[in-house]
Design a protein around this ligand. Structure first.
Ligand code: ZN
Length: 428
């Protein structure tokens, strides 16, 4: 039987990008990885395992083979730590009659109507007052219990609801958090709740980045429990596979890198996103730290290859017409290699051939995904990362249904294909 315990744990713990990074750090530390800091000197050794936590929501882990030489290759894989969610705005308290609501904005492209009537909770990071104004105290928080709901309007007040309904992001998506007595309606009820959870005075809270997440557990479903239904499969399945892969795949030569970027859902062009220079800076620094000069470092980059690992669309059994006519990936038939001539997926045939040959050698199932020609489809961090690191890249990941819904559905066997592939990627 496959061991899904660690995947399920990550799906439950990874409730904000900060919490995904914290869970990743915890799992890497158990595997012998130690932290390095961009703002400090590094001392790295052959056979060493390291990671860099970049602004709490992005993490890059790497290993150096014990027989590493300057002419070796770099194997890279990247995934993202963020997911569509609601983010709490500053001054979020909204009172209507006796209801207390929370002002939020939508982050990323969620299927927002699926967020209605779900138990919602809150997690993220909070900045507190400090003696040194340049070093605010940072605290992480996860309420870890159902705290809010965005209720649907009763069908009797909205007879047309089953014909489809458009939700206004400002007025229809505000969660209810409690009943506020009239005499307290001007008080900062949310700030008080947050202060109480952190065990601080509310005057100490300066700012926060708080994610509203779906507080539901993953579960297996279907005959023989063939499927996993869970929030955040996009993209914690890939984060999980990268962590497993880089921990297990112990190449004797070369450098292995797993990059977990924030902000993919909003386009990656941020300091924590795949469009930052972080990954390039880290690669140059690794090679130089291992005794290489500027030229060695530049050429090492051009000897690398990147996998952009993110979920793919599976054929929807009720909407088969939405899929390409000859490439129709299904659940439990292997991970997907995603191709697009428009390069919304950063894939070229030489790089794909490498992936396919590894699969064939290791008996790993894979399928091809291409968009219908009359549908633009999505994009990933692959194209963005490979425009900064112009190296062969393949976009790949497990096929899922209901991408960006409050719960998504995947085949249980596909994660096994992806983990086995990444282990081989970092091992061969
Ligand atoms: Zn994704």
């Amino acid at each position: 039987m496959d061991d899904m315990t660690q995947l399920l744990e990550l799906l439950e713990k990874g409730v904000s990008a900060c919490h995904v990074v914290m869970a990743a750090e915890e799992s890497l530390k158990k595997e012998g990885f130690t932290p390095l800091y961009m703002e400090k000197e590094w001392e790295i050794v052959l056979g060493g395992r390291y990671y860099i936590n970049h602004h709490d929501t992005t993490l890059v882990a790497f290993t150096v083979g014990e027989n590493y030489t300057q002419s070796d290759s770099i194997r890279l894989a990247a995934a993202h730590t963020d997911f569509p969610c609601l983010k709490i705005k500053p001054n979020p308290e909204v009172c209507l009659k006796s209801y207390g609501k929370v002002n939020v904005e939508c982050y990323g492209g969620g299927i927002w109507n699926t967020w209605l009537d779900r138990p919602l909770s809150i997690a993220g990071r909070v900045a507190l007052k400090s003696e040194d104004v340049f070093a605010p105290k940072m605290r992480f928080v996860d309420f870890n219990r159902p705290l809010m709901t965005i209720p649907n309007l009763a069908i009797h007040m909205n007879r047309e609801v089953n014909k489809g309904i458009e939700l206004n992001k400002q007025t229809d998506m505000l969660p209810i958090i409690g009943c506020i007595p009239t005499e307290q309606k001007d008080e900062k009820f949310f700030l008080e709740l947050l202060a109480e959870e952190l065990q601080v005075n509310k005057e100490e809270i300066l700012d926060y980045e708080l994610t509203v997440y779906v507080a539901e557990k993953p579960f297996f479903t279907g005959i023989k429990e063939a499927f996993i239904s869970s929030p955040r499969l996009d993209n914690l399945t890939s984060v999980y596979a990268l962590l497993q892969g880089i921990s297990k795949g112990n190449r004797r030569g070369g450098i292995n890198v797993a990059a977990l970027f924030d902000h993919e859902e909003i386009g990656s062009r941020t300091k924590q996103g795949a469009a930052s220079l972080l990954l390039r800076d880290i690669l140059l620094r690794i090679v130089k730290n291992l005794g290489g000069n500027e030229k060695d470092a530049e050429s090492a980059i051009y000897r690398s290859m990147l996998l952009s690992v993110d979920v793919a669309h599976a054929l929807h059994p009720n909407q088969p017409g939405k899929m390409d006519i000859t490439n129709q990936p299904a659940l439990n038939k292997g991970f997907c290699i995603k191709e697009a001539s428009g390069q919304s997926y950063a894939t070229d045939c030489r790089a794909v051939a490498v992936v396919q040959q590894i699969c064939e050698q290791e008996n790993i199932l894979y399928q091809k995904f291409v968009n219908r020609s009359d549908m633009p489809g999505g994009s990933t961090l692959g194209a963005i990362a490979s425009s900064i690191l112009p190296i062969p890249t393949v976009d790949m990941g497990v096929p899922i249904l209901a991408m960006h819904s409050a719960r998504e559905l995947m085949g249980r066997e596909d994660i096994d294909s992806l983990v086995r592939f990444l282990s081989a990627w970092y091992m061969l």
